[in-house]
Design a protein around this ligand. Structure first.
Ligand SMILES: Cc1ncc(COP(=O)(O)O)c(C=O)c1O
Length: 410
C-alpha cells in the first residue's frame, strides 16, 4: 500500500512551495509533471560526475555514459513491452509524431489514401498529418466521436475502408481524458492493411501500456509528462516498420558511412533516427523516472487518479455554476467551465488562490466543434495529488464569479 505523504516527500515541488500567499496546488499535470529527487539527482550527477558524449568516445567515461544511455532505452522497452532496438529517443511526443508523419507517412502515402484521425487530437498529432496530406494528396477523414466525445469501435467501423492507410489517435485524450479501445482499433485497422500510430503522451504516464499485446505499430510519448526531464521523448515502432521508415534528420551518429558522391549508408534502427548529440542527461533522468513510476506501480497510479477524479467530480457537481464536460472520464482529467466566466479569467482567479489549472483549447483546437464551447478549464491530476488539493480547487471555485473575475486576466 502506497502512502501519498511519503510519495510527496520525494518531490521538491510538493514540499512547501507557495504561490500568491497560498500553498501551491498544482493541477496541470497533463501539461507537465513534477520530478522526484531521484530524477533530478540523475541529471545533476551526469553534469557533475559523468559529463561526456554518448556513443562517440574511446575512453571509459564515454563507455560508461553510453551504457547508461542504452540502459535507459532498455528500461523504456521493458515498460512498454518491446525490444530495445524498437525504442527511438526523440525530443518529445511532438518530435516522435513528426518523425512518423514525415518518415513513414510522406514516404508511403499517395493521392487518395486516407489518414483516419479524430477531432480530439492534440495539435502535435494532427498538424504533421495535415502537412503530409497536403504534400502527398492523401486525405484526412475523422472518426465521428460519440455524444460524450469518445472514440468508439462502432464509429471506427463506420469509416474504415480499404483506402485507409494510416489510423492515428491519442490513446488517452488530453482534454476529455477518455481511454480509446486501442487493441480493437489496431486489429480492425490491420485487417485493411492500415498502420496505427498511437499518441500515448497522456497514456504512458498514467496507465500500463503493452505495445505487443495491443499490436500498436507506432507509439509516441514524452518524458516530462511522466516525471522525467523535458527534452526527451520516445517513438516506439515495430522493427520492420522502423527499417522502412526514413529518418527525419540526418547527421552524426546516424550513419555508418558516406562518401564524396553523396552515398550514405545509414545505421540500423534505432540509431539511424538519432542524428546529433542526444539529450543524454534527459535519457538518464527518464530512466530514473521509469524506475520511480514502476516502484509506485501503475495499478496504484490508475486507482489513485480515479479516486481523486471521482472525488473532485462529485464535489464540483454540487456547484450549480460549474459546467462539466467529462464527468465520466477514464483518467484524472477534469474539464469544465464556470458559467458566464471566460475560462482564462477563471484560471487567473484560481491563480490568485495558489491553484494551477490550464485554460483555453489545450492544443486540441478542432475539439471545440464537439464541445460546443471555444475555451475550457482543465484540472489534471496525478498520483501525488491529494483530496485536500481537490478541496482547495472546489473552495476557490465557489468564489469564482463574474464579479470576482472582472479585470483579473494577467
Ligand atoms: C495528447 C498529447 N499529444 C502530444 C502532446 C505533445 O507533447 P510534447 O509537447 O511533450 O511534445 C501533448 C502535450 O500536451 C499531448 O497532450
Amino acid at each position: 500500500m502506497q502512502d501519498v505523504n511519503q510519495i510527496r516527500k520525494d518531490f521538491p515541488m510538493l514540499n512547501g512551495k507557495m504561490m500568491n500567499g497560498y500553498p501551491l496546488v498544482y493541477l496541470d499535470n497533463a501539461a507537465t509533471t513534477f520530478k522526484p529527487q531521484s530524477v533530478i539527482d540523475a541529471v545533476v550527477k551526469y553534469y557533475t560526475d559523468e559529463t561526456c558524449n554518448a556513443h562517440r568516445g574511446d575512453y571509459e567515461l564515454s563507455a560508461m555514459v553510453s551504457d547508461a544511455y542504452e540502459a535507459g532505452r532498455q528500461a523504456i522497452a521493458d515498460l512498454i513491452h518491446c525490444e530495445s532496438k524498437e525504442v527511438i529517443f526523440t525530443s518529445g511526443a511532438s518530435g516522435s509524431l513528426n518523425l512518423v508523419a514525415y518518415g513513414y507517412g510522406r514516404k508511403y502515402l499517395k493521392e487518395g489514401d486516407v489518414i483516419l484521425s479524430t477531432e480530439a487530437e492534440h495539435a502535435s498529432n494532427i498538424l504533421p498529418w495535415f502537412k503530409v496530406a497536403e504534400e502527398t494528396g492523401a486525405v484526412i477523414e475523422y472518426i465521428p466521436l460519440d455524444e460524450e466525445g469518445r472514440l468508439t469501435v462502432e464509429n471506427f467501423k463506420k469509416v474504415l475502408t480499404d483506402k485507409v492507410k494510416v489510423v492515428t489517435f491519442a490513446s488517452v485524450t488530453n482534454v476529455l481524458g477518455y481511454i480509446a479501445p486501442v487493441k480493437e482499433i489496431c486489429k480492425l485497422a490491420h485487417e485493411v492493411g492500415a498502420v496505427v500510430v498511437v499518441d500515448g503522451a497522456q497514456a504512458v504516464p498514467h496507465v500500463a501500456v503493452n505495445v505487443k499485446d495491443e499490436d500498436i505499430d507506432f507509439l509516441a510519448f514524452s518524458g516530462h509528462k511522466m516525471c522525467g526531464p523535458t527534452g526527451v521523448g520516445v517513438l516506439y515502432g515495430k522493427y520492420e516498420l522502423l527499417e522502412i521508415t526514413d529518418p527525419f534528420m540526418l547527421g552524426g551518429g546516424s550513419n555508418a558511412r558516406f562518401d564524396i558522391c553523396g552515398n550514405i549508408l545509414l545505421k540500423k534502427p534505432p540509431f539511424k533516427f538519432e542524428a546529433g548529440t542526444p539529450a543524454i542527461e534527459a535519457v538518464l533522468g527518464l530512466h530514473e523516472a521509469v524506475k520511480y513510476l514502476q516502484k509506485v506501480g501503475f495499478d496504484y497510479i490508475e486507482k489513485r487518479e480515479k479516486e481523486l477524479r471521482d472525488y473532485l467530480v462529485s464535489k464540483m457537481q454540487e456547484l450549480d455554476h460549474i459546467i462539466l464536460y467529462n464527468a465520466n472520464a477514464d483518467t484524472g482529467i477534469v474539464t469544465f467551465n464556470v458559467k458566464d466566466v471566460f475560462a482564462q479569467d477563471a484560471a487567473s482567479y484560481l491563480n490568485t488562490k495558489g491553484i494551477c489549472v490550464r485554460s483555453g483549447t489545450h492544443c486540441a483546437k478542432i475539439l471545440v466543434n464537439v464541445l460546443e464551447t471555444s475555451e475550457t478549464l482543465r484540472a489534471s491530476l496525478y498520483f501525488y495529488n491529494t483530496f485536500e488539493e481537490c478541496d482547495a480547487l472546489v473552495e476557490a471555485l465557489k468564489t469564482t464569479t463574474v464579479e470576482n473575475c472582472i479585470g483579473i486576466f494577467f
